[in-house]
Write a protein that binds this ligand. Sequence first.
Ligand SMILES: [Ca+2]
Length: 385
Amino acid sequence: DHQSTICSTWGNFHFKTFDGQFFQVPDTCNYVLTVMCDITVSDFNIQMQRETVNGSITFSTVTIKLEGTIIKITNGDITMDDQIRFEKINCICIIELAEKYQGQTCGLCGNYNGNKNDDIPESGKPDHISVCQQHLSSPGFADCYRVMDMISFEKACVDDLCQCYGNHDCLCNTLTEISRQCTHAGGIPGTWRTEQLCPKTCPLNLQYMECGSPCKNTCSDPDANLMCKEHCLDGCFCPEGTVEDDIGLSGCVPVNECPCLHDGAVYRSGESYKQACKKCVCAAGHWTCTYLECPGICSVVGGSHITTYDGKTFTFSGNCDYILTKHSNDSDIAVVGNLAKCDPARTDTCLNSVTLVISGTTVSTEFLFLIFLLSMIRMIHLLSA
Ligand SMILES: [Ca+2]
């Protein structure tokens, strides 16, 4: 039953799909009649363009791409293997496809799934000029008329729509490109997308903008765009008054709600952590620390690795008695350490002895011994820590 599985186009812009739907597309754009929807593996791609000659409508060009070979037909009939047959007789163009392509075709000939009701071309609006004018007159493009010759872009839009009939992405690509060109020319396109027209979604609470600063304000750098001289870009941005949370990765937040990072953990603004000698509160992305009273510890480890009360570490290989600490320059109490080679044959140094020196005061040996004992316990404790 050939009648039910052929696609045809004839006369005054008439079309019949594989599934038997009839419609008219009254213009002279180049159209894809049929192609496999997955264009990358399509065995064929048949396109057609009409023209008006002396008031009568005729085919201008029929283009057939078949497994890499392109055949253009301006007159006559042609048949190509058993899979695809094409006839062009008296302005009737007939395409017959093998059943194995059922449900896999796109183009004006429809999807070849046996249901004629889903064969109306998606954007069955022949008047591309008014479609383009309508979209480009959106307030989102208003500033573009100031910086560009928008009449040329209207024409380009119409050409684009002609090239890709039935493909809604095409219009979006065209409008997106015009919006970018506008930006490049120094214009500031506003929002022209809607939920119906080329919608864009952004992660979290970011918003899509046609013209946002490429220097994004973030919690780490909340004033990044102040010095920015780059052209604006389209993409996902944080709304005015917020910055991108690049620390907690939570989307857009007001600067004063920026979180802080400590030891790999994220703290919300207002949260705090406490360490031995300080307490830090997260405030607008920064730690504000108050230092608490706490004992200072100085240590000598392994005879050469010294850590000061304030946490500075350094390596010191000496060969003498050294004052490890004393209260002040005129203090008469000091702790002296003897650093020397561990062994004449080795280069590393050992802490051979620690002496508590107290001048002008008599200290019993027992007491001195006790102090020594305490320091040794302290040192053993530090060494094992
Ligand atoms: Ca169908």
